[in-house]
Design a protein around this ligand. Structure first.
Ligand code: SAM
Ligand code: SF4
Length: 476
């Protein structure tokens, strides 16, 4: 049943993290039964949604300048509605409606996506000015009682297929940690976990439609504690075990984690669950105890290093990734040196580095000792140089090894296919497109700065000892 008659086109511009990518898809799913089809072309759109991110500087300025560009299109006669979603909408809902009056029709936070069809009806029936523009935007930034996931429709299988062989699945939202630099606890609210069965239903649907790899998402995903059918709270390790039972699912990943929630159960899952990939994004932010304390990170440098030791004991080949902030208030040269030294000690396969930026309303914003921009830039360059070297070394370290690669898509050159190693490295190789969706043993022959080249080998070539043994047995 569709409530709209003419098919309408939806254009969503997504800023920020994977959770926003997932949310944009779910918004599209919510609107699909109402006749909205996604379009990659803004000029075709009947509804434009900006799915915003509030994590770093100038987020709201970017939104206002985008709203200005959209207003120009409308002034040229293009007829479409404009919505602002995501964390900037949540944080600055009324302010956006006031400052962008006439340029925005709907402002809604991440907990209201299931209500999008109803909110659009409210927009359409809203009071209008003589020139047709709305007098005021509809603003919806409450944290409703109902569970949005129970009301969001699952995507049609062909829609899932069109999104690719790997999919995101949000299992946890919000955060109770209140790191002193971060807006997430304010924009995404208190930490909540989706019930196990709800996650499994969505995962099964994705896998039935052809998805081979799931990345479980959460602002603090390893704090997951969803209830199972018996009402028992289940941790992320057990959730991964349940997901691993789904036939056809080849790989499971999760992001982003907090060190304090790296439980023994989850670490053991990395040893016991073959489908859980050996790649972990575990941000430490700083290597200095004084800064970690002032960031309210709830762990010390030694705690973090001990966690890494436990992880490596369970899964020696674990590839590590992290987030780092340089120039947090009060950070001295000696503190920054501690960050460089923890990077050297851990050894990263990849990492994201940020200059501290003031987020109004967070404790960090009012702290003394704000660091000069030039110093932040210098520290960022030094950290990036170190991490770039480590990333290159990590890439080179797999040359000569045979890795399982999930073939995801055609390569850039004819006759080429591309996929990902267990360590999330992009690998390309010669091969037929019919292998897309399969996991192949690939001998890594070269590593460049951004991608890795491999050669598909047969299973027999991969395990020559057992191959020879089976040949000898066959000859008896
Ligand atoms: N939950 C994750 C954790 O505990 O590390 C991080 C989630 S946060 C959405 C992603 C990253 O953005 C953070 O790890 C941090 O490095 C960076 N970030 C957050 N607020 C920031 C700020 N005010 N300035 C610079 N970077 C920031
Ligand atoms: Fe932000 Fe992560 Fe800290 Fe939560 S744990 S406040 S999401 S940085």
């Amino acid at each position: 049943m569709t409530s709209e008659i003419r098919p309408k086109k939806l254009f969503i511009k997504t800023y920020g993290c994977q959770m926003n990518v997932y949310d944009s898809d779910r918004m599209a799913d919510a609107l699909a039964p109402h006749g909205y089809e996604p379009t990659p072309v803004i000029d075709d759109a009947d509804l434009v949604v900006l799915n915003t991110c509030h994590i770093r500087e100038k987020a709201s300025e970017k939104v206002f300048s985008e709203l200005g560009r959209l207003a120009e299109l409308r002034a040229e006669g293009r007829d479409f509605l404009v919505g602002v979603a995501g964390c900037v909408a949540q944080a600055e809902g009324e302010e956006i409606a006031r400052r962008a009056k006439g340029r925005v029709d709907l402002v809604f936070g991440p907990q209201s996506y299931h209500r999008l069809p109803e909110l659009l009806s409210r927009v359409r029936s809203g009071a209008r000015n003589e020139d047709g523009t709305l007098r005021a935007a509809v603003v919806e930034t409450e944290f409703p009682q109902e569970d949005k996931f129970e009301h969001l429709p699952l995507a049609e299988k062909q829609v899932i297929r069109s999104r690719g062989l790997t999919a995101f699945l949000t299992v946890q939202e919000g955060c109770d940690k209140f790191c002193s630099f971060c807006v997430v606890p304010y924009t995404r609210g208190a930490e909540t976990s989706r019930p196990v069965e709800q996650v499994l239903v969505e995962a099964r649907r994705l896998v039935e439609a052809g998805v081979r790899e799931l990345t479980l998402l959460g602002q603090n995903v390893n704090a997951y504690h969803g209830l199972d059918a018996k009402g028992r709270a289940v941790g992320l390790g057990e959730l991964c075990a349940r997901l691993a039972e789904i036939e056809g699912l080849a790989r499971i990943r999760y992001t982003t984690s907090h060190p304090a929630d790296m439980t023994d159960e989850l670490i053991a899952a990395h040893r016991d669950n073959d489908k859980l990939m050996p790649y972990l994004h575990l941000p430490v932010q700083s290597g200095s105890d004084a800064i970690l304390k002032s960031m309210n990170r709830r762990h010390t440098r030694a705690d973090f290093l001990a966690i890494i030791d436990r992880i490596k004991a369970a899964r020696p080949d674990m590839a590590l990734s992290g987030d780092f902030i340089v120039g947090f208030p009060g950070e001295t040269d000696a503190d920054f040196e501690q960050t460089l030294s923890i990077v050297r000690e851990v050894g990263y396969a990849s990492a994201y580095t940020f200059k501290y930026s003031i987020r109004p309303g967070t404790p960090g914003a009012d702290m003394d000792g704000q660091v000069e921009e030039a110093v932040k830039s210098e520290r960022l360059a030094a950290l990036n140089a170190l991490i770039t070297t480590q990333m290159r070394d990590f890439g080179r370290s797999v040359v000569g090894r045979t890795l399982d690669v999930l073939i995801e898509k055609p390569g850039r050159m004819p006759g080429q296919i591309g996929g990902r190693s267990p360590y999330l490295q992009a690998v390309h190789m010669a091969g037929p497109e019919r292998l897309i969706g399969t996991v192949q043993p690939v001998l890594i022959v070269a590593a460049g700065n951004n991608s890795i080249e491999g050669k598909i080998v047969t299973h027999a070539e991969r395990n020559p000892a057992s191959f020879l043994e089976s040949q000898e047995l066959a000859a008896l």
